[in-house]
Design a protein around this ligand. Structure first.
Ligand SMILES: [Fe+2]
Length: 325
């Protein structure tokens, strides 16, 4: 069962906050007050916010829990309807043993209890248990690859609905024969996606979340070996033809990137919570997350700094002052 609404995680009432609208009501004639409330009610039905937090890379070291807590506090202050993550929740379980890996997921889960709204998680490459040669575990372990993530969070691909929008989280990862991860949407998942889409009205706005990007300029800019995109992402785009795909949310690169394709759909690569492994910016993108405001059939976005850079520099400067630099 891959419909998260049935798990009761989905809907939550949204409090529309317009100080100006509220302030204007006392100046209206009494007879107008009723009609003045109606547009707000209608707006409430079609308006919501969510946050997209990716590449959290939680670990006990490097003050990472403090940094993640700052992000949680920032999100709670903004009070979106829900949070979507973009994978690489922990750093990392690809190479680790069972105990250490289990402790990382438990740390992540415990910290996520601090969010005051539902959270919908996505799997990233660093969340694949025991897949690297260096790991003492092997593919016979019940938690191998997706197993540990599934035990903690449920299915690695699923969908849910919110205020008329359809959200699909995909698993963009598999493992190669030489024990590396690769970006791919496996066959079984594509079959599930076809079934899921068959229940969606073609006019319904759709948001796809994937850890490995489906579209990204990384390789063009860096010329580095190995693609940073999902090998068969085009198959998903093909399946979405005829649907109202609005937005693709992506992680993995730890950079901020926006695009709008053929006046049809947008893509956002959502920076990262951890930056360069909690040591500073990566690709010049500050640590942060995406705040997305939906109104009707449209949305706007902004990248929110959760303050980690300032905090990190403050700690570093203290170290210098104390002669530890
Ligand atoms: Fe990452």
């Amino acid at each position: 069962m891959k419909d998260r609404n049935k798990d009761g995680l989905g809907r939550r009432s949204f409090l529309f906050r317009t100080g100006l609208a509220a302030a204007s009501i006392p100046f209206l004639p009494i007879s107008c007050q009723k009609t003045a409330e109606k547009p707000d009610e209608k707006l409430d039905e079609n308006t919501f916010e969510f946050a997209f937090l990716t590449d959290i890379h939680i670990k006990p070291e490097m003050n990472a829990p403090k940094g993640f807590q700052m992000a949680i506090d920032k999100v709670n202050g903004l009070n979106p309807d829900f949070v979507i993550t973009g994978g690489d929740l922990v750093y990392d379980v690809m190479r680790g043993n069972y105990e250490k890996s289990e402790a990382l997921f438990n740390l992540y889960k415990d910290m996520c209890k601090g969010f005051k709204m539902p959270i919908y998680n996505c799997i990233g490459n660093h969340d694949l248990f025991g897949i690297y040669e260096e790991s003492p575990e092997d593919e016979n372990h019940p938690d191998y690859k997706y197993g540990m993530w599934e035990r903690h969070f449920g299915d690695t691909y699923y969908s849910f609905d919110h205020k008329g929008w359809h959200f699909i989280t995909l698993n963009s990862l598999d493992v190669t024969e030489n024990k590396r991860y690769k970006g791919v949407f496996h066959k079984e998942q594509l079959q599930w996606l076809a079934k899921d889409l068959s229940k969606v009205d073609p006019s319904t706005p759709i948001v796809i979340t994937t850890h490995i990007p489906m579209i990204c300029a990384y390789s063009q800019l860096n010329g580095s070996k190995g693609s940073r995109t999902v090998g068969n992402g085009f198959e998903v785009f093909r399946m979405l033809e005829g649907y109202n795909l609005k937005l693709v949310l992506q992680g993995h690169i730890h950079w901020k990137e926006y695009g709008f394709v053929n006046d049809r759909f947008h893509f956002l690569t959502g920076g990262s919570i951890a930056g360069n492994g909690w040591k500073g910016r990566r690709h010049n993108t500050k640590e942060g997350f995406m705040r997305i405001k939906v109104q009707g059939d449209d949305f706007t976005w902004e990248y929110v700094d959760h303050g980690w850079e300032n905090e990190r520099l403050k700690t570093a400067n203290k170290g210098i002052e104390a002669g530890q630099g």
